[in-house]
Design a binder for this molecule. Structure first.
Ligand SMILES: [Fe+2]
Length: 375
């Protein structure tokens, strides 16, 4: 039989509230947690302040009951999640709101778990320990269109001691609600718009060529790829166009739905040490080897899936599919070579050694150390 068995969580557990102005639903969504409940707002250091979005959120919730934790860095660390969890307990909060790009949302989810778990978050990220079923409730408000973390239970945390990032999915970290308001993306500059859009593209691609891929997830991936190929170039050229922003927010959300059950593969696995060591933005780091990953997985890709991908890329051969994907990501600023990310050939063995084994284990075609070097 051509079809394989699969597991699929549907409907997913985070309710997504999509549309311009959906931020205004926040008081209504927070209400069931109690009108006087103290709320911890987890966000980055400056962007939400300078754009006025932080003030809007404080007004909507009532500033006097919000504890602002604004120490999340672009690549949130175990230490930041521990600090947020400790402050949450100290201030007797009852709800997390993550506000920002993937970093703030991931930090909120990790902190929500650490309120109920002992020990070092690093041990959980390295899968030496497993999270139990308890976490504090989280509402996510994303201000970029890329990660998909707003609607899934996964989060990525940097462990500074080993200069690497790890992704983990813990069912208790599933957000209760996700506010996906494309108006909040209007502030994003061109480079961040491009890198986050490429992140969404890489989620859709990697979900297609991972071991946990499945028909329901594939449908979301193809839709995300279709929208991104058409709308990312237009969005980068018209940063204040709400229609463009809405299309990209939708595409990122759609790819995020696929990630609920699929996870990512080799390109994400290789991206984590690149970002942790070189500071390359996540979306650029994870598309760095996307064309090569397509080429590598092509021999094991299902025929129907390959045909649909060719149709979307408007090509008729494997070689052309890889070329078109390469041109698209390069046109949006992704690095072309090791030199572009500040590495030389001598750095390659260390990069390969630090590539995440969990992501590689989910790659559709089994991958060896030598394969990683060749990519
Ligand atoms: Fe990603």
């Amino acid at each position: 039989m051509g079809m394989k068995d699969f597991n699929w969580v549907y409907p997913h557990r985070a309710m997504a509230h999509f549309g311009p102005g959906s931020l205004n639903k926040l008081p209504e969504l927070a209400a069931p947690y109690g009108k006087d409940t103290r709320i911890m707002l987890v966000t980055g250091r400056s962007a939400m302040r300078s754009t006025g979005i932080l003030d809007r959120v404080l007004d909507l919730l009532g500033a006097d009951r919000v504890v602002v934790f604004d120490r999340v860095s672009p690549n949130p660390t175990t230490g930041e999640a521990h600090q947020a969890a400790a402050l949450y307990k100290q201030e007797r909060c009852g709800l997390f709101v993550g506000l920002g790009g993937g970093s703030a949302l991931d930090a909120a989810k990790a902190a929500a778990l650490m309120v109920h778990h002992q020990g070092d978050l690093a041990d959980y990220m390295l899968q030496k320990k497993n999270f139990g079923p308890r976490a504090e409730p989280v509402i996510t408000i994303n201000t970029t269109a890329g990660t998909g973390t707003e609607v899934n239970a996964a989060f990525v945390i940097t462990i500074p001691e080993i200069e690497n990032k790890y992704a983990l999915s813990a069912p208790a970290a599933w957000p209760a609600h996700a506010i996906v308001d494309p108006e909040l993306c209007l502030h994003l500059p061109a480079d961040q718009t491009a890198s986050t859009g490429l992140d969404a593209l890489s989620h859709a691609c990697e979900s297609l060529w991972c071991k946990r891929s499945q028909p329901a997830g594939d449908a979301h991936c193809f839709e995300a790829i279709r929208v991104i190929l058409e709308w990312l170039p237009r969005t980068v050229d018209a940063l204040d166009d709400l229609e463009c922003r809405a299309r990209m927010s939708y595409a990122a959300l759609t790819a995020g739905f696929a990630l609920l059950s699929t996870g990512t593969a080799v390109a994400h696995g290789m991206s984590y040490p690149i970002t942790a060591r070189r500071g390359t933005p996540h979306g650029f780091a994870c598309t760095f080897v996307i064309p090569q990953a397509l080429e590598f997985n092509m021999p094991v890709l299902d025929g129907e899936k390959k045909a649909r991908l060719f149709e979307l890329l408007k090509v008729s051969s494997e070689h052309a599919a890889v070329e078109v994907l390469q041109q698209f990501i390069e046109a949006h600023g992704a690095p072309r070579s090791l030199a572009d990310i500040g590495l030389g050939a001598d750095d390659l063995p260390a990069l390969v050694d630090a590539t995440n084994p969990f992501n590689c284990a989910n790659n559709l075609r089994p991958i060896t150390r030598q394969d990683l070097v060749s990519l």
